[in-house]
Structures are given as C-alpha cells and as structure tokens.
Design a protein around this ligand. Structure first.
Ligand SMILES: Nc1ncnc2c1ncn2[C@@H]1O[C@H](COP(=O)(O)OP(=O)(O)O)[C@@H](O)[C@H]1O
Ligand SMILES: [Mg+2]
Length: 342
C-alpha cells in the first residue's frame, strides 16, 4: 500500500530524512518510532504530498507523491502534529468544510459527517466551537477530519502527544478500531505506544532507518539473552580491572563484558550472556573463587525500551537504566513549523 524507496529530504542545512526505504502492507498498523528530530514528521509530510522529496520515491496505492499527488491525497487521511482546527468554527461546520475540500457534497457529505462523529465519539460536541473543546476532543475531531473521505491510508503524526493518560487510552482504542478499515502509520517517540497499538514498527533515528520488524520479533530479540550487572570488590589493595574482566569473560556462556564504573575498591561490569545461557551462578562462583568480594549481582534483562535506545544509539542500556532511576528530564522541543491546511 505504501512503498518508500531511498527517500531523502534535505532542508537548507539539515538532511532530515536520509535514504530511507520501507513498505507497508494493506491493512497494517505501523508504528513510526524515533526520538525527537528523527525525521518522522518530514517523512509523513512527503507521504501526504505537502513536501516534495529531495531524492528517492514514495508511492501510495501505486501512485507517486510527486507525479500523482491528487490520487495520493484522495487515498490519504492526515492528522498533522498540530491539526489546523479553526477555533471559531463549530465541530460539524469544520468537518463539512474539510469534507467539501475533499470533494464531498450533498447527502454524501451529511452522511459522512454523521458517520465520523459517531465513529470518533464527538457527536455530543457537534455544535461546540473547536476553540472550546478539550484537548482530547480536539484530537478526536482531528481524527474525524482525517477519515472524512474514507481514505485507504491514515497518517497520524504523534496522535497522542499532549493528552492525559485517560485520553491517551481512548485515542489508542479509537485508532485500533480504525485499523480494520484503513492502513495506518502513526508516529511516536514513545515506545509503549508502538507496543500497545501497532503490529509493525519502523524505527528511525537522525533521518536514517535503524530497524523495521514486527513488534513481536523485536520483543523476541529481548528474550533468551541475560544481561547482568555485577559489582566486585577487592579485600586488600588495588583490584586490577583487567584481571576481573578477563575472569568474567572466561565464564562459560558469557558473550560480552563491559566495565561500567570503578570507584574506590569497587568495579561494576555489565555482562551479557549468549542466547539461552544463564550465567549468574557461574559468575558468582568465579568471583568468589578468585578471592574477590561479590557486592552485588543483579539481572538487568533488556527491555524493548533498551533495545530501542541501543538501536537509536542515544545511550547504552546501562545508561538508560541509570537514567530510569532518576527523575525524567523534560522533552527537548522540536522546532514548530506551521502545519499545512487540510
Ligand atoms: N521546515 C524545516 N526547515 C529546516 N529544518 C527542519 C524543518 N523541519 C524539520 N527540520 C529539521 O529536520 C529534522 C527532522 O525533523 P522532523 O521531521 O520534524 O523530526 P520528528 O518529527 O521525528 O521529530 C530535524 O533536525 C529538524 O530540526
Ligand atoms: Mg514530528
């Protein structure tokens, strides 16, 4: 349904999207995952014909975004990052306006407006001004305008950003319910969103594709590998880091040993096992048999979050854990650009 080949988009100085290729099958619901600035919005704007690609191609239902934009737009519903909801318009007035732009009229337009209001749970605010709606309602009106012309493909840019947890759940349910009728790409910088809503995931970082897989397979990558944090202390005198590392590396089933920290007489390593190997017992015995103290040994199984962080190279799994134990930093803000009109 969607085919992107070596797509590149440059702004004046930035390469926002760098030769990415992926495809989306009909009926799939795909998560487009990446940190802020990864190039998600840019890719979506190219797919929706609001920006021309600098190189490469993108087709929707076989139509090229550059050569047949009208055909593409007819088949796409787009929920931009900040949907252009005119505050002085009432809900149905706005939906009728967008519907007309999409070529609907007469009884068909009436029917579609009624249908999307029911489908997106906004029937009770039909006559309310958009400027007076809560963020959750506004987002549902945004979804309603995206599906007004019953497009085959839905492109949703961070559809749950800025919503509270209850609204997030409602929006996710709504998106999942739309998946039966539409092929959906939704972008997000939050991983649980993908785990809970999508079947496929496309991970991008700094404009480059880093992984594309089923959510199931990606999760499976986390299974079977044991990751262990181990703290070793010397009883007297200095403890040679290299000696300890070597010892740990010699334990059967160990794939990788990385020194994480060294303080006073303590050394902290992260040990990763080979697939299917449990190494904790042998690690403990090796440390003790060498005459060192085993201060701590704890499993640090890789979560999908850590895999994501590893793939996007933003930090190591161990750093992610350390960070997780500290209060979260506020999100970096992306530059806001004005959204195209529907
Ligand atoms: N209109 C623009 N002009 C110049 N640079 C831009 C513009 N829009 C986005 N960028 C840059 O392109 C990169 C990708 O941005 P964007 O596609 O918005 O990422 P995301 O949606 O994943 O956060 C960023 O480095 C961003 O600063
Ligand atoms: Mg964005």
């Amino acid at each position: 349904m969607i085919a992107v080949k070596e797509l590149t988009k440059r702004y004046a100085r930035t390469v926002a999207v760098d030769q990415i290729s992926f495809s989306v099958e009909k009926g799939q619901i795909v998560g487009f995952l990446g940190p802020n600035g990864a190039g998600k919005t840019t890719t979506m704007r190219v797919l929706t014909c609001f920006l021309p690609p600098s190189a490469g191609t993108a087709t929707v239902a076989g139509f090229d975004v550059l050569e047949q934009p009208r055909e593409v737009k007819r088949r796409i519903g787009y929920l931009p990052e900040a949907p252009p909801l005119y505050p002085e318009m009432a809900t149905t007035e706005y939906l009728r306006f967008v519907g007309k732009l999409k070529g609907l009229s007469g009884a068909e337009l009436d029917k579609r407006v009624d249908y999307v209001c029911g489908r997106c749970f906004i029937s009770d605010v039909k006559r309310k001004l958009l400027g007076k709606l809560s963020k959750g309602y506004r987002q549902r009106v945004g979804l309603a305008q995206a599906i007004i012309h019953n497009p085959e493909v839905l492109i949703l840019d961070e559809p749950t950003a800025g919503l509270d947890p209850k609204q997030i759940n409602e929006t996710r349910d709504l998106i999942r319910s739309l998946a039966g009728d539409h092929t959906i790409i939704l972008s997000t910088h939050i991983l649980p969103e993908v785990e809970q809503t999508c079947e496929q995931v496309i991970i991008i970082n700094k404009g480059k594709l880093v992984a594309t897989d089923s959510v199931h397979n990606l999760q499976a990558r986390t299974r079977g590998v044991e990751s262990v944090l181990i703290e070793v202390a010397g009883r007297a005198g200095a403890l040679a880091s290299e000696a300890v590392q070597q010892k740990l590396e010699q334990v059967p089933g160990v794939a990788k040993v990385v020194r994480r920290d060294a303080r006073d007489q303590r050394l902290i390593f992260e040990v990763e096992s080979q697939k299917g190997q449990l190494v904790r017992g042998d690690l403990a015995r090796a440390v003790v048999a060498s005459g060192w103290d085993l201060n701590e040994l704890r499993a640090a199984g890789m979560s999908l979050e850590e895999i994501f962080l590893e793939l996007t190279g933003s930090e190591t799994a161990a750093e992610a854990r350390d960070r997780a134990e500290q209060p979260a930093k506020p999100d970096e803000t992306t530059p806001t650009t004005s959204e195209p009109q529907p």
